[in-house]
Design a binder for this molecule. Structure first.
Ligand code: AMP
Ligand code: ZN
Length: 458
């Protein structure tokens, strides 16, 4: 069966990584695209937006949306016309589960991924071979930008499988030409052995795992400065503060670059810091970036915090128009001393929904509530607290007991059972504490279910 895409309507002329950029000296993986002027970026975006919107007409969901809004692809005449297009959301992906957002026949798709987290229907993201190729180019571009070259050894210590941090970095690091070690997450002693034996120079991991790795290094008497060849860390997939990054850099003795990604956009590679570490460059040849007020959905001025909305420009299998990421950030600038004019966004400041991102896993409080409420012994008042303990981000779930009891043995058993059941649901085992009725705060108005005390937001 041919896997060649037959969507001839979509003639994206994405420049291939230019060889002259890969000669070892150039600061750019793809100089042609990375150094475009603002006017050139916008011209390219308009051309690709028009192609993308036409391509969306292959899909019933979009055809219906366009009809409802009375628009056709011919209405997109300028970049500002992106605002005529419908927003899309995670809910749309769930409602059309599994393949309803696809714009190509399934036979043209070669892979699917899914967002981390487990609420209801997962969100499924389909890829053609060209989508995967572009994704690898994006990741390679980022890794090149922070100084990695084919001589480097890249250890990918993030989860593999449906989580995009695994295969996303794997193919990107290989595309750059590095020896790439699919170490996956966990088993720190083995990770440290690989780092030493393979001469690992770069690691990708979620920030909370890097601090864990460092702890084990300390226990084992391994000094990353003295005993390893590490020079770069890529950290991302979960929120972290400037302080946390600095602490990681001090511990490991190397630069740590913030990496932003989300499955819906492909995965890692969407935004990445350059050596200036002055915000994340979001790649505007691949995405149109909007920052909107999450209530009014109107654009906010540069510098003001709003919700990040992304439109894909190079996707064949599943283009997404004005996708509401729910991540809150702001525009920092559109130029950079590094020579790239791709927009710079601040590190993520939180979310406009109640999704928790803990150790790279997406969790909704309602998932926790659902499990708690299956146990008649506990009441309806509960509190989720996120803390950083011994450099580890943890979730503590406190729930009130329904009735007074002095059978403490039974309580311990119940805490353990809740911990396991919650672990199955949210993929992380929280600390569970059952507390006496009437002890947890009762909010006036909307219940405050989540208190984030992680050292994430200054
Ligand atoms: P997933 O689709 O499972 O990869 O989860 C994507 C979500 O993870 C994003 O929408 C963000 O909320 C969060 N995320 C990913 N990278 C970062 C980052 N560098 N900083 C803060 N949050 C991030
Ligand atoms: Zn830069």
């Amino acid at each position: 069966m041919s896997k060649e895409t037959n969507s001839s309507a979509l003639v994206h002329s994405t420049p291939r990584p230019s060889r002259e950029g890969q000669g070892g000296e150039s600061a750019f993986f793809n100089p042609e695209v990375e150094t475009l002027s603002r006017a050139e970026i916008e011209a390219l975006q308009l051309e690709r937006l028009q192609q993308t919107v036409r391509h969306c007409m292959n899909n019933e969901f979009y055809r219906k949306k366009f009809a409802e809004m009375g628009i056709t692809p011919d209405d997109i005449k300028s970049l500002a016309d992106v605002r005529k297009l419908p927003f899309t959301t995670k809910q749309d992906l769930r409602d059309t589960y599994p393949f309803g957002m696809s714009c190509v026949p399934l036979r043209d798709c070669v892979r699917l991924h899914s967002s981390s987290g487990t609420t209801g229907n997962p969100t499924v993201i389909l890829h053609t071979q060209k989508d995967l190729d572009e994704w690898a180019n994006q990741v390679a571009r980022n890794l090149w930008m922070v100084g990695l070259r084919p001589d480097d050894v890249f250890q990918n210590s993030s989860g593999y499988g449906m989580f995009t941090g695994g295969l996303g970095f794997q193919y990107g690091a290989e595309r750059l030409g590095m020896l790439t070690v699919p170490a996956a997450a966990g088993n720190s002693l083995r990770q440290i052995k690989f780092i030493k034996d393979f001469g690992t120079t770069a690691i990708h991991a979620i920030p909370s795992y890097v601090t864990r790795l460092y702890e084990v290094m300390q226990q084992e008497g391994v000094d990353p400065r003295r005993d390893t060849k590490l020079k770069v860390l890529a950290i991302g997939a979960e929120p972290h503060s400037e302080e946390q990054r600095k602490r990681i850099e001090q511990m490991m003795g190397v630069k740590a670059y913030n990496s932003f990604g989300m499955s819906e956009m492909c995965g890692p590679g969407v935004g990445f810091e350059c050596p200036e570490q002055n915000g994340l460059h979001f790649w505007e040849d691949y995405y149109i970036v909007e920052i909107v007020d999450p209530e009014t959905l109107e654009p906010v001025p540069d510098g003001e915090i709003g919700e990040l909305v992304l439109t894909t420009l190079c996707r064949e299998a599943m283009p997404l128009l004005r996708y509401r990421t729910r991540d809150l950030t702001r525009v920092l600038g559109r130029t950079c001393p590094c020579g790239r004019n791709h927009i710079r966004l601040d590190r993520m400041r939180g979310r406009s929904d109640d999704m928790i991102v803990l150790r790279g896993v997406n969790i909704f409080p309602i998932q926790i509530e659902k499990i708690l409420m299956q146990f008649p012994e506990v009441g309806t008042n509960y509190l989720i607290t996120l803390v950083t303990e011994d450099n580890n981000d943890q979730m503590i779930v406190e729930v009130e007991l329904n009735e007074a009891t002095d059978d403490y043995g039974k309580l311990k058993g119940l805490e353990q059972e809740l911990r396991h059941r919650l672990g199955d649901e949210i993929l992380l085992k929280p600390i569970v504490r059952i507390v006496a009725k009437g002890t947890l705060p009762v909010s006036e108005g909307k219940a405050v279910r989540v208190v984030d005390k992680r050292k994430v937001f200054e």
